[in-house]
Design a protein around this ligand. Structure first.
Ligand code: ADP
Ligand code: MG
Length: 586
């Protein structure tokens, strides 16, 4: 209850504020609300998803112009105007998304600038949209017969929409799809390996951000009752981004803080700076530029994390609700062939990292792949799991050719892996990190997440995640930040994550590195249990005692090639292997 107090006070202030505030402040609050809806989309897209857009103002324009044109030229209802605006925005944003989201690095922001400018000029130059004069006489909005013809009344609609969008976004982020979204920034490769379609996820958040902007535009048009191109240009697009960044780009409430702060500050600066400098001009632009630099230098997370520190501490969830276990896949018969690599080659430029590699893994065995550093073992893993496909040769999994498939498609077929250099989301807790592994075992989408209709499935996914954590001995760390674990335990986390996908073949790249003796014993015990259940395990490991005590068969690599293969004791006594490992010393 205490933790909710700030929220309740805030909501009470929002509800009763307009009744006592002067008109000027109500107007200011209306604009803050409108801006915050757009900034919220940017929190999702840029702050959480890592995709920078300078072009959101153009989507606001689409929403505003669609309803303005239809309601004035064709006298349709503003609600139809809303639907039309959302429809047009969806089509345009999907089209632009498909083109620009493929761009990486700096090209994406540049792309958004390009279409931001194009749409702006489109608004200004199309005759039926009124050119630079725009469209006037946009009708008053009516909600169930209630005419919203004053700012004070409109206020409630704007803020209801904003709070609804905040709640929906927060719900979305706290879900299966939300974990996929949160993995985009810095964890795409891992997420793909866990079955997440990252290209689709990017398009989805791009679409959501555009739709939020479009709704804001619709509200704007009916509040202002006229539109012209000015508020939909690039400069405003930059301001939206600025709001999200200053407020706290990765936090939904940051959008509100940012929109509030920038709007009030801008108002204030526009009043005072010309007086200080003794001449008129847009001095606030310079000030904002400096402020952005300072925020990026000093407070990359924006202002929201500071606000949080002033509030009473939130109680952390300390338990995972029991839920019906997820269905499991049928295990292959022990001894049956799971994986077959045939003449696999992998070249990086001139470097041959894998040369004519052949190996097999059966159900219910531990196959160890060993060899000196740089021998090509991790490369082999990447070839098998589709992370970095073979240059030539074949990989078959469960009888089907999988070389050439995307890693998420291979994951779907029952192969899961860990990474030599751990790949987790350090600020996400351990439980949620592991739940990413269960991505393919759920199917509830963005809408159900936003509306909390997927709670039963979510509970099952989290319960599975907790069960796997218990199995690997990390149950005590479920609610810790993953990045706070020692490296050895981060590797174990990756095993739990891989197990969460219910694989029949498990690829472990140096799982015991960084573990203490007792932890290694526990890991070996776990792998024996998995083997007894019929799982196939392909293991890369440097600790020879660990490998030799566990492996059923061993393949030895050197310089990208297989130099020996056999039972552990055979391989250990193979002169070629001794030569490779000890440089010829007997
Ligand atoms: P291991 O896991 O056996 O230590 P790796 O498979 O990581 O070996 O590396 C094998 C060789 O391939 C090394 O020489 C390494 O530098 C090279 N290599 C690995 N990945 C890449 C890459 N993405 N680009 C270029 N060279 C690479
Ligand atoms: Mg390696």
């Amino acid at each position: 209850m205490k933790a909710r107090l700030p929220l309740l006070v805030f909501l009470a202030a929002l509800t009763f504020g307009p009744a006592i505030l002067p008109e000027f402040y109500v107007t200011l609050l209306n604009y803050i609300g409108l801006y915050a809806i757009v900034a919220l989309g940017l929190v999702l897209l840029t702050g959480v998803g890592g995709l920078t857009s300078f072009g959101q103002a153009a989507f606001v324009g689409l929403g505003a112009y669609a309803t303005s044109f239809l309601t004035t030229a064709h006298a349709v209802s503003p609600w139809l105007g809303l639907l039309a605006g959302l429809g047009v925005t969806a089509v345009v944003s999907l089209f632009l998304g498909f083109i620009t989201l493929r761009l990486s690095g700096h090209y994406l922001p540049l792309g958004t600038i390009a279409w931001g400018i194009s749409l702006y000029f489109l608004f200004g130059n199309v005759e039926f949209l009124g050119g630079h004069t725009g469209i006037t006489g946009v009708p008053i909005l009516e909600v169930f017969g209630w005419k919203l013809d004053t700012g004070r009344e409109f206020y409630y609609l704007i803020w209801l929409v904003l709070l609804g969008a905040v709640a929906a976004t927060q719900n979305l982020l706290d879900s299966r799809e939300g974990r996929a979204i949160r993995a985009l920034k810095g964890g795409s490769l891992m997420a793909e390996s866990m079955g997440v379609d990252t290209a689709r996820t990017k398009i989805v958040i791009f679409l959501i951000a555009a739709l939020y902007a479009s709704i804001s535009g619709w509200l704007y048009a009916h509040l202002q009752r006229f539109v012209n191109p000015t508020p939909f240009g690039l400069q405003i697009g930059i301001e939206y981004l600025f709001m999200a960044v200053v407020g706290g780009a990765a936090h939904v409430w940051g959008a509100l803080v940012g929109a509030g702060l920038i709007t009030i500050l801008k108002q204030w600066l526009q009043d005072w700076l010309p007086k200080i400098f003794g001449q008129s001009g847009n001095f606030e632009v310079i000030f904002f530029g400096l402020m952005l630099v300072i925020v990026l230098q000093r407070a990359r997370e924006g202002i929201w994390p500071w606000v949080v520190r002033l509030m009473p501490a939130q109680a952390r969830d300390q338990a995972v609700a029991a839920a019906e276990p997820l269905p499991r896949r049928d295990m292959a018969q022990p001894g049956s062939l799971l994986l077959e690599v045939k003449d696999a080659c992998k070249e990086f430029g001139g470097l041959v990292a894998n040369n004519n590699m052949n190996l097999t893994v059966q159900a219910g065995e531990v196959m160890a792949l060993i060899g000196p550093n740089g021998a090509g073992k991790s490369t082999m893993f990447n070839c098998i799991s589709g992370v970095d496909p073979v240059t030539s040769g074949e990989v078959r999994f469960l009888g089907e050719r999988i070389d050439g498939l995307a890693s998420r498609e291979i994951a779907r077929r029952g192969m899961s892996r860990t990474f030599q250099h751990v790949r987790l989301l350090p600020t996400m807790n351990v439980l949620e990190n592991v739940a990413i592994g269960a991505h393919l075992r759920g199917d509830k989408g963005v809408m159900s997440a936003a509306l909390r209709l997927e709670r039963a499935e979510e509970a099952r996914l989290l319960a599975e995640s907790a069960r796997q954590l218990e199995r690997v001995g990390l149950a005590g760390h479920m609610f810790d930040e993953a990045g706070s674990l020692p490296l050895g335990q981060q590797r174990i986390l990756e095993i739990a994550r891989a197990l969460c996908s219910d694989p029949c073949l498990l690829l472990l790249d140096e799982p015991a590195a960084g573990l203490r003796y007792m932890e290694k014993q526990a890991l070996a015990e776990l792998l024996r249990k998995l083997r007894a259940e019929g799982m196939g395990i392909l293991l890369v490991e440097h600790d020879m005692d660990f490998v030799m005590g566990l492996a059923d068969r061993v393949v030895v690599m050197e310089f990208g090639e297989k130099i020996s293969e056999g039972l552990p004791e055979e391989v250990q006594n193979d002169p070629v292997v001794l030569e490779a490992y000890l440089g010829g010393v007997e």
